[in-house]
Design a protein around this ligand. Sequence first.
Ligand code: AN7
Length: 350
Amino acid sequence: MTKGVLARYRDFLPVTSATPIITIGEGDTPFIRSSTLEKELGCGELYFKLEGCNPTGSFKDRGMVVAVAKAMEAGSKAIICASTGNTSASASAFAARFGLTSVVIVPKGNVALGKMAQAITQGARIIVIDGNFDQALDIVRALVEKHPVAMVNSINPNRIEGQKSAAFEIVDTLGDAPDYLFIPVGNAGNITAYWKGFREYYQAGISKKKPKMMGFEAEGSAAIVRGEVIKQPETLATAIRIGNPASWGRAVAARDESCGVIGSVTDDEIIAAYKLLAAKEGVFCEPASAASVAGLIKMIKGGMDVSDKIIACVITGNGLKDPDTALSIAVSPAESPADINAVEGFLGWD
Ligand code: AN7
């Protein structure tokens, strides 16, 4: 049986004798070596951490399992989050499985189709606000001051605790930390969590080094890069369409302490990386997830030499979440009569 994050890493997590060791099968995701891009880009070794293989299709399950276990331990009957989609998909799955009520506040028109489908089918109480993620998060912060409901956004420290398990898994698999960790940045919880995980394993003597943390925001939402809150963030990578990252300061600390970079990539660069991952590696991710690889490509084009470096890119979510984006940039397939000769004609095989 799949152990799950709480059982596997309990010594590093805020687990007490009263914490329920719950799981939906999260964690232990594939860490695969690049077949093509490693050589084409000139990397020493290039790996992808496939977080879209978590049960609800994104890395959020790792943090949610800890946040929900601690909420249950404290006697909560309901959980609430603001979300660009994946947090709501994860929260509603845990709530459904463990008998809690889930409330999710999402921005109108900017949540990918699959994520909405998950939250709806898993029985969340969904409020679609006429506003963006940052406004949704402000509302959730105010609601939890007034009502007895547990907040499961990444400002809940238990979310960060669970998400750091992905860094542990990378070290457990590689035998040490990579030289560089490339990761998309939205609300900046995940870069915070990875950095915490790499630091803890280093301090425990399990790894000999710590990676440079390389976080990438979407250009239209690049608050950290620009050094100012963006009131109207824009990007087709809706998961990271966030203009006032909650873990801003901790992302900057991760960058500075690791001698890393927080940069930005354009939507065109995101889509180019998204297509490359699908077409050259067979990795179908959601657009936001491709920001990690887009950042790597941008840095290499800018002159960064990684020919003897070990690089890990976090692929945060599954491409099936966002079929609309996939189809909107694809060439429509040929339509043929149901006839072998016609099909051969289209294939050029006659
Ligand atoms: C696929 O679901 O913020 O920098 O509300 O879904 O930790 O925010 C999602 C974020 C990257 C950014 N990749 O991570 C939400 C939400 C995917 C994501 C991010 C998100 P953070």
